[in-house]
Design a protein around this ligand. Structure first.
Ligand code: NAI
Ligand code: PYR
Ligand code: MG
Length: 477
């Protein structure tokens, strides 16, 4: 597959210019000739003979960045002081911080927020643990927990390297859903140890968002934590992804006029996201779904070391097809990829039924380059923000947790997930719906609002809510 473009590849080159030797327009010409696109210039300092400027340049990739830098270094009168990638700059010192709601201005404040005043509050919670919801951060705080073993599509890169993703999730929780989320990356891959650690830290949190934990371990961890904790536990890569896929599919099928019950779906990557996606689609009415992993289609009669795959094969593939992706893609109406980059080809697309729908969601690089796929499909969606139709679990997790926290749900159940998917789909009106707009933008403010409301209603109807904020809100309005 050709490398999918990376729109965030902007570099900032800080240079000192000897004005007696070279002008800025000469420098701009050099950068232009090397194929760089100057998108910003900042003057850092200036004297009679020298200026220091930060030049922001859009480049194709690291190699291109290196080429431009070397070219500038070779020019008389230019001193290249530093080169930084804007993405890296955004990560300097981490992306989030903790802030106090009130300043401690004097001794009196100190004695209230801390000892001795705080002791009364501690005692009140000790006598009535439920008060933790009103007197601590618990009611609005979620732990984003990872072991760093399935980070995006990068695989097992470890807990330290997983932190930037978890910090990013925390930012999204806050900005989109006003939920305070805290990244916790664990230096263990032991299922029991992860369960014990999450249980031990749970008192501080109103919910647990599991993230980027490899399958099949993630299934046992989530199942046990759901059973053993009284706060919602939600593996985002499974359920957040599944919810958004269902939302996108509901709308894409409106364009092709096909029904969930009639379509043939080929799903690649039967890991965390793939398993949950299959379950939600089958629950929503899909009858013909075939799962494909590294060794081909999952089918009955094969002995899989992964028990999850045996269960998967039993629930799917009604015609019990075997073989490779090329074999089973024949006549498929929908392809969904949550697997690996570049595994879907144009030849595969040509074998699909009319009006193919392709959700190529591997991150950061999808199963097929959208530009390659576009001429051969009716709808193409990816997990990326630089193409139309971004199917990403960020459309789900802020709103689903906002709703679950507000109604103090004990769990996030199937009914709440389906309600969330329908709410996301409903944000795109019939008038707006088209091939490049099947799913609302991540920045559409209606998404969180609608998901929250739908989730609260479903929680209430299924009797897992411990509070009914919608009733209070309707009384107030
Ligand atoms: N757009 C979105 O919102 C989301 C995208 N994803 C992406 O989906 C992918 C999978 O994520 P998880 O399910 O969390 O990981 P996972 O590690 O649990 O599952 C990945 C599965 O893909 C399979 N796989 C790898 N190479 C394959 C190939 N060549 N052909 C068929 N199957 C192959 C693996 O064997 C594994 O079963 C990642 O790239 C991730 O970034 C995951 C969650 C959300
Ligand atoms: C989006 C996301 O959660 C992932 O790619 O893992
Ligand atoms: Mg993830």
């Amino acid at each position: 597959m050709s490398d999918v473009k990376n729109s965030s590849m902007n570099i900032v080159i800080r240079i000192q210019i000897d004005k007696t030797q070279i002008t800025f327009s000469d420098i701009a010409k050099e950068i232009g000739e090397a194929g760089g696109d100057i998108v910003g210039i900042d003057v850092i300092s200036s004297s009679k003979t020298h200026t220091i400027r930060d030049i922001t340049i859009n480049v194709n990739d690291q190699k291109h960045s290196h080429l431009i830098t070397e070219r500038l270094k070779s020019i008389e009168g230019i001193n290249v002081m530093s080169v930084s990638d804007r993405t890296f700059l955004l990560h300097l010192g981490g992306k989030i911080e903790i802030q106090s709601k009130n300043p401690i201005k004097n001794r009196d404040d100190l004695s209230r927020v801390y000892t001795p005043g705080v002791a009364q509050v501690c005692k009140a919670i000790s006598e009535e643990p439920n008060k933790a919801y009103s007197l601590t951060i618990k009611r609005n705080t979620v732990a984003v927990v990872s072991d760093g073993t399935a980070v995006l599509g990068l695989g097992d890169i470890g807990p330290l390297a997983a932190m930037p993703v978890m910090e990013g999730k925390a930012m999204l929780f806050k900005q989109m859903g006003e939920v305070d989320a805290f990244p916790i990356c664990l230096d263990t891959k032991d299922t029991e140890e992860i369960i014990q650690i999450v249980k031990s830290i749970a008192p501080a949190f109103g919910g647990i968002n599991l993230e980027d934990i490899a399958s099949p371990r993630c299934f046992e961890i989530e199942k046990r934590l759901k059973e053993e904790l009284d706060i919602p536990v939600f593996h985002d890569d499974q359920h957040g992804t599944a919810v958004v896929i269902l939302a996108g599919l509901i709308n894409a099928l409106k364009l092709t006029g096909k029904k969930l019950s009639e379509i043939k779906v080929v799903l690649t990557g039967i890991g965390a996201a793939g398993t949950a996606c299959a379950k939600i689609l089958i629950g929503a009415g899909v009858k013909n779904l075939i799962g494909v992993d590294r060794n081909g289609a999952l089918h009955r009669g094969e002995k899989y070391s992964n028990p999850n795959w045996t269960e998967f094969a039993n629930l799917t593939n009604p015609d019990n097809l075997s073989g490779s992706l090329s074999d089973v893609i024949e006549g498929a109406d929908v392809f969904i990829g949550v697997s690996a980059p570049g595994i879907l080809t144009v030849d595969h697309l040509k074998k699909m039924a009319n009006d193919p729908i392709v959700f190529a969601m591997a991150n950061p690089n999808p199963e097929i380059d959208p530009e390659l796929a576009e001429p051969h499909v009716r709808v193409i969606a990816t997990g990326r923000s630089d193409y139309p139709n971004q199917i990403n679990n960020v459309l789900c997790f802020p709103g689903i947790f906002r709703g679950a926290l507000d109604c103090r749900a004990r769990v996030i159940n199937e009914e709440m997930k389906i309600a969330a998917a329908e709410a996301i789909a409903s944000v795109v009106s019939e008038n707006e719906l088209n091939e490049t707009y099947i799913i609302p933008s991540v920045f559409n403010q209606k998404v969180v609002e609608k998901v929250r409301e739908a989730v609260i209603k479903a929680a209430y109807q299924t009797e897992v809510a411990r509070k009914d904020p919608l009733r209070v809100e309707s009384q107030l309005s």
